[in-house]
Design a protein around this ligand. Sequence first.
Ligand SMILES: C[S@@+](CC[C@H](N)C(=O)[O-])C[C@H]1O[C@@H](n2cnc3c(N)ncnc32)[C@H](O)[C@@H]1O
Length: 291
Amino acid sequence: MMRAESNGTMQGAASRRTLAQGDYEAFQRFLQEACGIMLGAGKEYLVSSRLGGLMRKYDVATVGDLLSHLRTGSNPLLRTSIIDAMTTNETFWFRDPAHFRLLIGRILPELTTRPGQRLRIWSAACSSGQEPYNIGMAVNEFQSENPGLPKGVVEILATDISGSVLDEARKGVYCGLAASRGLNLDQRNGCFVTRGECLEVRPEIKRLVSFRELNLTRGYEMLGRFDVIFCRNVLIYFSSVQKQDILQRMARILNPGGYLFLGSTESLSHHCDQFEMVNEFNGIAYRLKTS
Ligand SMILES: C[S@@+](CC[C@H](N)C(=O)[O-])C[C@H]1O[C@@H](n2cnc3c(N)ncnc32)[C@H](O)[C@@H]1O
């Protein structure tokens, strides 16, 4: 095999190089099977640019060679690295803030009044942790306003397919743009400890969240049941059949009357009829019908 790139000029050339149609189609099939992500037509540039680093690392010249390398099974980390490279992990603090107003203003008061029950919340594609920590911040705010509520009744599980974003999320330390995007001064001061140029999520919020690697296209019934699921800005990458399958399986592990949040550009449309829409505080959630 030919070495792909060895210097900056050649790297630029590699990312512009056309991907053979056969290799692109084989890669589309691999990615959909591995993690549900559907690459439409004309995304060859995306594949070339995102896999450039891995092709250099594994010393291969084409995406087809990379897939052959994968098939030999000689490097178990390669599959994970390809998925890591191809997932879009964009996230920021308090994305769709109305969701958190709805959580604090309606859902937490409703669900925490059930006697003796723990409240379980799942952030199903949590990326680098902003979403589950924001849920933790909302829970913390609600608990300070309702001091009678027993501590420890709320548990937040955060999952993602990408091991590298989960490593960042577990640390809970954010620097540069990740430490500022979406945050106002009150939130910075109230929810974080300053660590040099960076911000670390306060320990009482960190303590509410646990992280685990999980592929949404595989089984997740072993996670137990939940009262609220955040599945935001991930279904857009999946096929219609896969969306429907994921939403129906989520409906099966939500407790009756439980809530589902989707990203603001996503909707249930015809994918699942087991939910009713709740629109309050300018935010939309979907409540599992009770009968
Ligand atoms: C755009 S981010 C959304 C993050 C966050 N939910 C938000 O709304 O800001 C999408 C996340 O979905 C994850 N993802 C993609 N495919 C997945 C799959 N099959 N199973 C679990 N997570 C997946 C990616 O790794 C990425 O972190």
